[in-house]
Design a protein around this ligand. Sequence first.
Ligand SMILES: [Zn+2]
Length: 233
Amino acid sequence: MADTKVLLIIGRGRSGSTILDNLLGELDGFLSAGELFNVFRRGFVMGHTCGCGRPVASCALWSRVMATALSTSGGPIAPARVVEWQEEVAGAAADTRRLLKVRSTEKGSAALGSYVSVLGRVYAAIAEETGGRVIVDSSKRPPHAAYMHLVPGITPYFVQLVRDARAVAFSRARPKHTVDKTCALRARHPTPSAGCAAIFTRRRCGGVMHQSAHCWCATKISSPTHSALWGRS
Ligand SMILES: [Zn+2]
């Protein structure tokens, strides 16, 4: 069975990753998974809302994906346990350059093997449930991308998203409203989406913006990555 192609968007917060993620998710064979790194803590531990409007734990897609990905012969893994592994592997003190140099899970931390194994099963389950040929993961965190070469069953591709620092600063000066913080506005941040957020993007952008943004995405992604992702294997 061919590896699942995973396109990781890396960059700072407020760089436009949600827009890029949602637009890529509109392409045939692409599945926008949102910020996968946050689905365990925010989605399953903190009870945040999915892009479809349901709590992540009761979202039809995410509940099925996690039921598969967190099952082991020794019983199900609790999402809180996965969060502990995340903290150990890619928490605030994570050393991205060191992670990039780790060539096998045995040479990493104790949690690394368990965590990348779960991630591999999550990506596989998403592909299986949705039929997605390319999973778009807009987690953005460099440490999250740094151990992708260790995740079994995937071929990772990377897009580094860089926005004008002045625009980032302007964006960060303004509050960010989400359904989980205000209950007044629709989700605008990358809550874990099941392609659900793509519907929101369509409503917001309309056809013309949609078309031009496709061209923008195609020109910003490097040529080898572009051919690898768009070509079918
Ligand atoms: Zn959902």
